[in-house]
Design a protein around this ligand. Structure first.
Ligand SMILES: Cc1cc2nc3c(=O)[nH]c(=O)nc-3n(C[C@H](O)[C@H](O)[C@H](O)COP(=O)(O)O)c2cc1C
Length: 167
């Protein structure tokens, strides 16, 4: 798949088969996140791989959707704010670094035939409790990881003419 085809193929999967994710595919997806660039190469994040088997009730406290716990795995990416690079005015780039790592991971998953869905609308306090996160880690996003049981919808993106200005 060339890059544009990969970008077109990825979509937010909101129904999953129970089929397991092969260990080598999981490792490739995690490696893609590891290779992501980050400001000053600080890599201020931690990934948590959560098998969903027997964890459905706990996980639904974090994000209460049936499809969230259908896939065999859920991944969480957390910021470690104290490790993040800051600009001269103090602005932290942790969220930017994490978005890049997460996007690497998600596109790698797509290239391997796996489905994902960015999830930011979760309960952060429940995430802290269920995952027993230490104080210095902040949960930023989740995604299920598994095989899609739904179909992509049309992308519904703004036209380039609205998004780009040529000077
Ligand atoms: C940062 C971010 C947070 C998101 N959070 C959620 C979420 O909490 N729940 C959800 O169902 N989708 C979530 N999405 C998915 C978006 O709704 C989706 O990417 C968008 O509608 C475009 O659809 P597509 O991913 O199928 O191309 C999120 C996407 C991003 C990038």
């Amino acid at each position: 798949m060339d890059f544009l085809e990969l970008a077109r193929t990825r979509y937010s999967v909101r129904a999953y088969k129970p089929d397991p994710v092969e260990e080598d595919k999981l490792q490739q997806v995690l490696e893609a996140a590891r290779l992501a660039p980050s400001a000053s190469n600080r890599q201020p994040f931690q990934l948590i791989v959560i098998p969903t088997a027997d964890r459905q009730d706990d996980l639904r406290r974090i994000y209460d959707r049936g499809w969230f716990v259908q896939a065999p795995l859920v991944l969480c990416i957390c910021a470690i704010p104290e490790q993040a690079w800051r600009r001269m005015d103090g602005k932290s780039y942790a969220d930017v670094d994490i978005a890049i790592a997460m996007d690497h991971l998600i596109l790698a998953a797509t290239s391997l035939g796996l489905g994902t869905c960015w999830i930011a609308d979760f309960d952060p306090e429940a995430a802290r409790q269920v995952l027993a996160l230490p104080e210095n880690m902040e949960p930023i996003a989740f995604t299920p990881l598994g095989y899609a049981a739904d179909q992509p919808q049309s992308k519904g993106r703004k036209p380039l003419s609205e998004l780009v200005e040529f000077e």
